[in-house]
Every structure is written in C-alpha cells, then in structure tokens.
Design a protein around this ligand. Structure first.
Ligand code: ADP
Length: 916
C-alpha cells in the first residue's frame, strides 16, 4: 500500500471539494467516511480512500451507494441504513486501475443522516487467503505423499504422473516436470512431466537434461526469466524454453536430489499466496516418497539380481557369528550345499569340506579370526558319493568392522567348471608339450638385439633331438655347430628373416654326438606396434631322413639314367600314336641319328603298312591289368636290309584306364633270325637233297615217255609211213611231258628260294597240292599208297606257303622212311600215307598219317628236339621235325604227334585268318 500512501499524500494537498452540503464529515485521517441520507444515498465522501475509488461524487446530486460498489457487494446493503445499524459490513469497491478496494465498516446515525465509516481490510483478507492456500497446499501435499507411499511399485509411474497433473491443474502450471538426479552419471533427467493441452511440451519423460540445474541454488525455489535476472544462465534458460520459469529443489541427506520444474509460469502472479516454504513442501511431498520408492525398487532389484547371481554361480555369502561357533550361510548357498538350515555349527560346516582340505581351512579361519589375515583358498567339498568327483569351491573371507561390529564374512564360489577346465587345459598342455618334445620339431625364439638374433628359448624337444640345452646354444655356439658348408646359408637366412619378415631354409646342424642333422628352418619375425623387430619365432624340423631319402632317390635316378643311357638294349618311350618322347643311344644308333633327335620321330615310319597295323593292333590289346606285351617286330632301317627286334612294350595308363604312354625295351634279333632262316634254308636244302631220288624219277618219267614217242616216230619215218595225224599226236604227247617236267622243275625253284619277309594269306590246300606235285610220283614209284582226301572247304591262313610245304614234305618223307623200313622186315606189307584236312570255327588241321608202326612211346617227347634222329649217321639230320615245329609255331599254330593203331599221326594246327 506504499503506492496508495503516496497518492494519498499528494491528494491531501488538494483543495476541499466545493458542495452544497455542510461538511459534516471533516477530514478523517484514515479510511473512507460516507455520509448517507435515510435512503442510503451518498451525500458526502471523506477520508483518503475516497480518492482511490473509481467512481467520484457528482457535484449536483446524491450518489446511490450501489453505484459505488461491485455488484456482489450490493447484496450486503439491501434496505435502508437504519436496518444495517449494528452490522459489520464488508464491501468491495471498484478502485482506480481495475483494483478492488476491500473495506469493512459499520453505519451510525449522524445528524439527519447516517455515517458509514469504512476501513481497508485488504491485508487482512490476503493473509486469510494465504492461510487458506497453505492449508490446501498442505492437504494436497499430504495426499500426494500418501498416494506415492501406498501405491504398489507397479502403479508408481502412473501415480506420479497423476500427482504431477494435480499440482499443475491446482496451481495452473502450463508445463510441469519432476527432474531427478541420475546418481550414476550425475546428470539430471526428467522422471515425469505433464503439460496442459494448450501448452507447448517443454519436456518429455526420460529426457536427459544434463547438468545445467546444478548451477541453480538448491536451497530454495528459483525464479527464472527476464524479470528476475538472478539466474540468467543461458543453459538453464534454455531448459525453460527461454521463458519465465520456476524451479523448486528437493534435497535429502545426499544433497539436492530432485527439482520440480514449472515452465511458462509466473509464480508470483499466478499463485501469489504460496510461499517458498509451501513450494518446498510440495516438491518434498512428491520427490521424497518417490525417491524412497525408487530406491526401494532399486534395492529390491539388486537383491533379486544378487539372488539369481548367487544361484547361477553357485555362490553365496557366509558370516561367522561373534562367538565363533556358528556360521550363517546365504539361503542359496545353504541350498546348494544341501543343508536344511542356513545356520550351521562351524564344526558341521567344516565337515562338509573334503578331509584333504579341512585342516587347512580350519587353520586359515583361525588366522582370519585372530590376525585378520585375508582368507582366499580353493577347497574341495566332501562328495556325498565316493564315485563322484569332488566339487571345487573358492572360499574367501575377511574381517570388517571393529569391536562389537567386528564381522567375519566372505563368500563361497563354485569353481568346479574352472577347475575342470584348468585340469583339461593342463592335460592338453602336457600332451602338447609331450608331442613337441617327442616330435622331430624344435620350436625356438630368438630375441632381436641390435640387428642380431640371439637364442632365447628352445622347446624341450631340443634335448632328445640334438642333445643340447638352451645354455649350449648362445649365438656363437649355434653358428659353430652349423655345417661349415652351410654357414653362409645360415647367415643369409638371418638377413632374409630381418629383411622380409619370414624365411625358410635348410641346413645341417651338429648334435651333441657329432652327427649332422638336416634341419628345415621356418621362422617368422614378430614386430612391436612401431614395426620394430622384437623376436623371431621359428621351427626346426628334422628332415634328415627325408633329405637322405631324396638323395638316394636322386642317386638311384642317376643310376637308372646311366643304365638307360649306357644299356646295350634299345630303350624308349613313345606316345600311343608311336611318336617317340625319349630314346636312348643304342636306339639312336640303330636309327642313325643322335639321341636328341629322337623325340618327335614316329617309330612307325620304319615299318611297312602291314607291320605298323599289326604293331598298333598289339598295343590296343594292352590293359592296366596286363600292360606288357612282347613280340618280334620287323623294321626297314636306313642302310639295312631288314632288322628283327624282340620288342617289349609296357603301357602306362591314366586313372580312366586310357593308354597315355608306352615304355619299350628292344633287342636286335636280326642275327638270330638270320641263323634261324639259314637253318630253315639248310633244312630245306636237306629235304631237297632227300628228294633228289624222287625227283630223278619224277623227271625221268616224262623223259622216258618222250623217248618212247621219239623212237616210235623215228621208226615210222624210216618206214616212210608218216601220217600227219600220227605225228601230231606224238608231238602233243611230248609237249605234255615237257610241261610236266617243267612244272616239277619250276616248283623246285620256288621251293628252293628263301621265304618272303612278310607273312601272306594262303589256302593250306595249295601247300598239299604243291607237296604232292613234288612227291606223289616218287612215293607211288616206291609202292606207297597215297590216300589224299579232297579238301571240302576254302580257308585262309597267314604265313609262308613254301614253309608249310616244307613241313608237309618232312612229314611225308619221315612217313615213307618208316614205311619202307617196315616193308623190308615184313613181306606183303601194304604201306600207305593218308593226308586230309578238317576245320572248326577258329582252326584248320592238316593230318598226315601212316601205317609205319608209329614212334617208340619213350621217344615221343624228344622227336621235336633238334638233331634228334634214330636214323644212321649220314642219313638222318635230326633237324626235320624241329625246324617244322618252329615253322608252324611261327605261323601261330602248333605241330603235334601221337601214335594211332597203325602208325604215326601228325597234326598241323593253324589259326584261320579272318576274312577282311
Ligand atoms: P631225321 O628224319 O633226319 O631223323 P627228323 O627230325 O625228321 O630227323 O625225325 C626224327 C626222328 O623221328 C626220326 O629219326 C624217326 O625216328 C622219328 N620219326 C619221324 N617220323 C616218323 C614216322 N612217321 N614214323 C616213325 N618214326 C618217325
């Protein structure tokens, strides 16, 4: 009311109002004096408050009291002043500047009228209102804290939100929030907020506000905004949207723990009757119980966590009572240890521990009790079942507090898993150590010192492998033990390791017995963060055996190479298309070129078409199961007539069984072949000689016939009785005989020639025919009956027709000899020789049989041997049958003999050549 007093002061100096009425009121020092007529109309006004009224006295007429009052006050003055006498009137007047004047007064008669004396009761009213407000505030605060304390933890967030809303609505706060201190991070965080639907959302739940609130003075409510200026810290202002704001702290024993924030809130205008104390109480009613509940929740959570952690870990706390006789276990621990009660006597508890560890635990517990020595042991529990492995526990304990508060407490933790793993790891480690120790490998570490690598560690395998220890192997000693020839290599290995970071080398190292070992050294350089070398880690692998074996292989390869190179045999490798990939010197010599020129040359180029076809056909028969084939091959070599090679091929196959290469070894058989041929030839000549007698007869016969014809013609001529017909007839006869003789001589010539080089296809019947043309007449002349069956089929065999004839001649001549021998001793004997042929699918057989009595069974085995004969010296050569046997074999056939009822029975068996 300072402003009012000033105004009052100024107005006092004004001149009194002029009026028609006598001044009955004078000039009272305070209040407002109204002089009323009997009807209650104002005739005169006095007193300082008169100047503060919105409505002033008109000069000319009385003013109805109603016109001076606010509408609600008119009710208090119904009727006339007389009726108000003795009543206390509370009247509200509209004042200047929209203000209301709260006045109290009473009416008393004065003169003809009434004096209404009024005093200002605004202060009184405001005090009363304040008291009301505080009461209401206390009530609400009590409600809030009751709500927060009594609700369940689950409903707590909802209840907090409701209470905040109640506060906001009750004191018309557009935005309100409760910020709590996040104790872990020491930042402020909006726990809960509410804003009126028409107010902007200044904050949101869970919003992190950071630390600006710390700059506010937490001892009382803080007003923020342009009007206050006291805390115009921009960060705080920012929190309140740079508008007017109000912040109420809540502190407990830990300091300021919460702020009630009111945004867009001019507190002094909107809630003028609330004091700072009221606000603190309100904030306390909200934050106090809430923090309590939250801490309770936190505690609960921690307890639950601890509980589940204990259960999970198989752990729990223990505490020994002050008397030292009992031990209290965490319920979870008691359950794990299968104890009904969580309080045990110390002795009972000690009995749960494995006897092996029990006394140690007892003694360490005493040390803890008496000297406060911290207990930390790994102990085993006594297993219920002797077959079970004991469980391992870590037992820890310490003393805390002193005097009456002295406590012996700790925890037990199940570490069976770790112990098992430790044991497994130790076993694995031992196995690994063992493995390294017994393997032919040494692991080593060399420290890098100023460019040099100094041995720092060797695995235990060093001793069994080389017979040294680390001490024997300082850098100098190591170099000493390296084979002198390999030292340069070792130094280069170290240089390369430092240069490139890794190396692989092979050198010899002397062991403690003086023997050298070949070591494969693989090393890697380890560097530190700066890239500087720290140490080299490496592995020595004893490769002595492998190295020696490789050396042996190399040597044997060398020997093999020398063998191949220097062998008198022809050795070569060629592809299935007969292109040589390698040939040794003897082969090159035969082929008249240098060994280097052989690869790429076609082996088939020295063969005739037929020979090449045969050769390839033979190769086609090679299989992985029977990869070797041997044959005598015939080649036309440069500068030579014919060469015969005995040739062995060995096929090399891929995994699919396809022939990829042939390795061949050959031997020149030409000389052998030649002598064989000469032998055959001489045998043939012998046969011819044999046959000379028969031949004479053969040729004599036509000569006799011709001579007879000529004698007869001459006789006729001398008689002069020559008829043309008769002459012609005789001449024809002579001609026929000439032809017959010529045929014999011709065949003789053909037979006497050497055989063809290559085998030909021919019909064996032609050989029988040829043989008979030479022998038939002679045989018959000797009285031998030739029984020749016509060959009823046509077949082809491969070979030499003259050679087959030679065989047949041999057989027939042998038969004739046997027959004639028998006739000498047996008169009336009728000798015969039978020749016939038969065939099946594959073979043709020529039979030569006689009735000469056969061959002595004891000699049957031997008659094919060369030079075996039963004939007198100079008569038999013993070659006939052996050469014949060779000829038939050479044609792929077989010559055999057995005795029949009458004599010997020879069989020539030949394969039938397929028709092309
Ligand atoms: P050679 O006729 O010169 O004695 P061979 O090799 O032709 O030589 O015959 C060897 C031997 O076989 C003959 O000495 C003879 O004892 C016996 N031999 C061969 N053929 C017959 C045959 N048809 N009957 C009886 N013995 C035979």
């Amino acid at each position: 009311m300072t402003a009012g007093d000033n105004l009052f002061g100024r107005l006092l100096k004004r001149a009194p109002l002029a009026g028609d009425l006598p001044d009955v009121l004078g000039a009272p020092a305070t209040g407002l004096h109204l002089y009323l007529d009997g009807e209650g109309a104002v005739l005169q006004m006095a007193g300082p408050l008169r100047l503060l009224l919105a409505q002033q006295m008109p000069h000319d007429k009385p003013l109805p009291l109603h016109d001076l009052l606010l509408p609600h006050s008119t009710l208090a003055i119904e009727g006339r002043p007389q009726e108000w006498q003795g009543l206390l009137l509370d009247l509200d007047f509209p004042g200047l500047g929209e203000q209301t004047l709260h006045l109290r007064g009473w009416a008393q008669p004065l003169g003809n009228g009434w004096l209404l004396q009024l005093i200002d009761i605004a202060d009184l009213l405001s005090e009363r209102q304040q008291a009301h407000q505080r009461e209401a505030c206390q009530g609400i605060a009590g409600q809030i804290s009751k709500q927060l304390r009594s609700c369940s933890l689950g409903r707590l967030p909802m209840v907090v939100s409701d209470q905040l809303q109640i506060i906001a609505q009750r004191w018309q706060i557009p935005c309100v929030a409760l910020a709590l201190l996040n104790e872990q991070e020491q930042v402020w965080q909006v726990h809960c907020q509410f804003h009126a639907h028409d107010a902007p959302g200044l904050w949101h739940d869970g919003q992190r506000l950071g630390t600006p609130l710390d700059s506010l003075n937490g001892t009382g409510p803080q007003r923020l905004g342009a009007h206050y200026g006291q805390y115009e810290h921009t960060r705080v202002q920012g929190l309140f949207g740079n508008a007017e704001g109000f912040a109420v702290p809540y502190s407990d024993d830990r300091g300021v723990m919460a702020w009630l924030l009111c945004g867009f809130y001019a507190v002094d205008k909107t809630a003028p009757y609330l004091t700072d104390r009221d606000w603190l109480m309100l904030a306390g009613a909200l934050a106090g119980p809430l923090l309590g509940r939250l801490r309770e929740q936190q505690h609960q959570l921690q307890l639950e966590r601890l509980e589940s952690l204990q259960t999970l870990l198989g752990t729990g706390w223990w505490e020994i009572g002050s008397a030292g006789e009992h031990i209290q276990l965490a319920p979870t621990l008691a359950a794990i240890l299968q104890q009904d009660s969580s309080k045990l006597t110390l002795e009972h508890w000690l009995n749960l521990i494995h006897p092996a560890d029990r006394e140690e635990v007892r003694s360490r517990l005493q040390a803890l009790q008496m000297h406060g020595e911290i207990l930390d042991l790994c102990v085993r529990l006594h297993p219920h079942d002797a077959s079970q492995a004991p469980a391992w526990y870590r037992l820890q304990g310490q003393v805390s507090g002193t005097g009456d508060h002295r406590r012996l407490a700790g925890f037990m933790l199940d570490i069976s898993d770790i112990k098992n793993q430790q044991q497994l790891a130790a076993a694995a480690h031992a196995r690994l150590d063992n493995l390294i120790a017994s393997s032919p490998a040494v692991i080593y570490v060399q420290h890098y010192v100023e460019g040099a690598l100094l041995p720092a560690f060797f695995s235990a395998s060093l001793q069994p492998l080389l017979g040294w220890s680390l001490e024997d192997c300082d850098a100098g000693a190591l170099v000493e033990r390296i084979h002198p020839d390999d030292r340069a290599l070792y130094f280069e290995r170290t240089r390369q390791l430092l240069r490139e970071g890794s190396v692989r080398a092979r050198y010899r190292l002397r062991d403690s017995r003086g023997d050298y070992h070949w070591l494969l050294d693989e090393a890697r350089l380890l560097r530190n963060d700066l890239g500087l070398p720290v140490e080299a880690v490496g592995l020595w692998l004893d490769v002595t055996e492998a190295t020696l074996a490789a050396e042996q292989v190399r040597q044997s390869e060398e020997r093999y190479r020398i063998l191949v190179e220097d062998s008198p045999a022809m050795i070569c490798r060629y592809r299935p298309d007969l292109i040589l990939t390698f040939g040794n010197r003897p082969l090159a010599t035969y082929l008249e070129c240098a060994p280097e020129e052989l690869p790429g040359v076609n082996l088939g180029s020295w063969m005739s078409d037929v020979q090449r076809a045969d050769f390839i056909e033979r190769l086609a028969l090679l299989t992985p199961e029977s990869p070797v084939s041997t044959a005598e091959i015939n080649l036309q070599l440069p500068g030579r007539e014919h060469a015969w090679w005995v040739w062995s091929d060995r096929g090399v196959f891929d995994e699919h069984g396809k022939l990829i290469e042939v390795q061949a070894v050959g031997r020149d058989n030409t000389e052998v072949r030649r002598s064989q041929q000469q032998l055959t030839q001489s045998a043939k000549m012998a046969t011819l000689g044999e046959m000379a007698t028969g031949l004479a007869h053969e040729i004599n016969q036509p000569l006799n016939v011709m001579r007879m014809a000529i004698v007869n013609v001459q006789k006729r001529l001398s008689n002069g009785d020559v008829q043309i017909d008769y002459l012609t007839d005789k001449l024809n006869r002579i001609d026929a005989q000439v032809q017959r003789a010529a045929k014999v001589v011709d065949h003789m010539r053909v037979f006497g020639r050497r055989s063809e080089i290559e085998q030909q296809l021919f019909n064996p019947a032609s050989a029988i025919e040829g043989t008979l043309s030479l022998l038939a007449e002679g045989m018959r002349g000797k009285g031998v009956d030739l029984r020749i069956s016509e060959t009823p089929f046509e077949v082809q065999v491969r070979g030499y027709v003259d050679q087959l004839e030679q065989v047949l001649i041999n057989l027939m001549v042998n038969a004739r000899d046997a027959l004639l021998g028998k006739r000498e001793s047996e008169s009336g004997f009728k000798p015969w020789i039978s020749i016939y042929a038969e065939r099946d699918e594959e073979k043709v057989r020529l039979w030569v049989e006689d009735n000469g009595g056969g061959i002595d069974p004891r000699l049957l085995e031997r008659i094919f041997e060369p030079f075996f004969t039963t004939k007198p010296v100079g008569v038999g050569t013993g070659l006939g049958l052996s050469v014949s046997y060779g000829i038939i074999e050479n044609m792929g056939g077989h010559l055999s003999v057995r005795n029949s009822a009458d004599g010997a029975r020879f069989c020539i068996e030949l394969p039938i050549a397929p028709d092309d």
